[in-house]
Design a binder for this molecule. Structure first.
Ligand SMILES: *Cc1c(COP(=O)(O)O)cnc(C)c1O
Length: 402
């Protein structure tokens, strides 16, 4: 297979005379792209670190390719800004960061289940999350065979009902873990089920408070054994809303990227969005009143209109659910998107801003002059959540780091 592709490649460069490196890898800004400001990530990290204070560690959560910002970029910037460690979801994400030269502590938040994965995690110096004795025994065997201790964190379920051992079994489990001589339990943690609700809401029972109480009870039952562990509970919303949730470390994702998970969060924290999504106008057209636009003709012009075709679609991560609902900014002026968002393209009505030309750039998400379009704006229209919006930019959408 390999020699085949080599032949094809040389044939191709022979066939397309005049093809240069430039043609093979075009300017990433030629069609549509994600722009990430690494300095903003660094500042957000610094702001968060200062906010949590010197007795608390900051874990930058960089799973899902750094929430669509590029894991390596985010990891480096967050660490420069003061983050102490990194959190990823999968083994592959951890290995990717090691390959990129990152040397800090990396915790895998997902559950690795077989010996092969756990051995890989051991070799790459990635800390696995353990929810039960089964994986602890596998880790112990790996460490024994390799004559080196295996560091792990234990996860406790306080109400998320996902990963983690039962609250009531922690003490017993830790006794068993401590009897396994080759693993070293370094941390104990839990995860909040409420990621985006207003914690100050008093009309509903505050489930975060219930989780906090359960976690505190677990630690109390462990007595002095818990004191030498890194104890952590808070995600972004927990970090920003209540210091009692901080413990020894906070795991921050969304807010590192510049967003407040609580809509009307009152804060003077200077967190700023680091990401923009931009795309170019590829064609400008004028059409008569009553013209159907795009697949299904979901939109018909109500007047003689000027339209701009823009080269970005749902294959790039702009949900089709947003069809006809969003606007984009150009020169700080908003223009509405019309018709169905297609796989590769969408159309904007520029009748009220008729000076737009082919090749000009629209900002679909992020700040442009006075205008700021946030993932939350899209979520209000589509029923999504900012986390999902951010990690949907993928596949062929290139990333430009500034
Ligand atoms: C994703 C994740 C986080 C970060 O959550 P944010 O709401 O983005 O801050 C923290 N902890 C765990 C276990 C996670 O999976």
């Amino acid at each position: 297979m390999q020699s085949m592709s080599k032949v094809n490649r040389s044939e191709r460069s022979f066939t397309f005379r005049g093809a240069t490196e430039n043609v093979i890898s075009p300017d990433p800004r030629s069609r549509a792209w994600v722009e990430v400001d690494s300095q903003v990530i660094e500042n957000n990290s610094r702001v968060l670190k200062k906010f949590i204070g010197k007795d608390c560690l900051l874990m930058a959560v960089v799973k899902a390719d750094g929430y669509g910002h590029g894991a390596e970029t985010v990891a480096n910037s967050a660490l420069i800004g003061g983050a102490d460690s990194l959190g990823v979801a999968t083994l592959e994400e951890g290995i990717q960061l090691r390959n990129a030269g990152l040397k800090c502590q990396i915790l895998i938040l997902g559950n690795l289940i077989n010996a092969e994965e756990l051995y890989s995690s051991f070799c790459w110096d990635l800390i696995p999350t353990i929810s039960g004795i089964r994986e602890a025994i596998i880790c112990n065997n790996i460490a024994e065979n390799n004559h080196k201790k295996f560091d792990i964190h234990l996860k406790v379920d306080t109400g998320m009902t996902r990963l983690g051992c039962d609250c009531n079994e922690v003490k017993e489990l830790i006794v068993k873990i401590d009897s396994l001589e080759n693993i070293s339990l370094k941390g104990i943690y839990s995860h909040l089920a409420i990621a985006d609700k207003d914690l100050g809401n008093t009309t509903q029972p505050n489930f975060t408070q219930i989780q906090l109480t359960r976690f505190e009870k677990v630690l109390e039952d462990l007595g002095s054994r818990s004191k030498i562990l890194c104890r952590h509970l808070a995600n972004s919303v927990g970090t920003l809303s209540d210091r009692r949730l901080h413990f020894d470390m906070v795991r921050v994702g969304l807010s590192l990227y510049g967003y407040f998970p609580v809509n009307h969060f009152e804060s003077n924290l200077n967190l700023n969005p680091a990401l923009k999504v931009k795309a170019r106008v590829t064609l400008v057209r004028e059409v008569e009143k009553g013209t159907g636009v795009g697949y299904g003709h979901f939109f018909k012009t109500q007047r003689k209109s000027k339209l701009a075709v823009v080269a970005i679609g749902y294959a790039d991560g702009v949900s089709r659910n947003l069809s006809g609902k969003i606007s984009a900014s150009i020169d700080g002026v908003l223009v509405p998107q019309v018709g169905a968002i297609a796989m590769d393209q969408m159309v904007f009505d520029i009748t009220d801003k008729p000076d737009i030309k082919t090749g000009q750039v629209l900002t679909l998400l992020g700040t442009d002059g006075e205008v700021c379009i946030s993932p939350q704006n899209w979520c209000d229209l589509s029923g999504s959540i900012p986390w999902e919006v951010l990690c949907s930019f993928r596949n062929r959408l290139p990333r430009v780091v500034t």
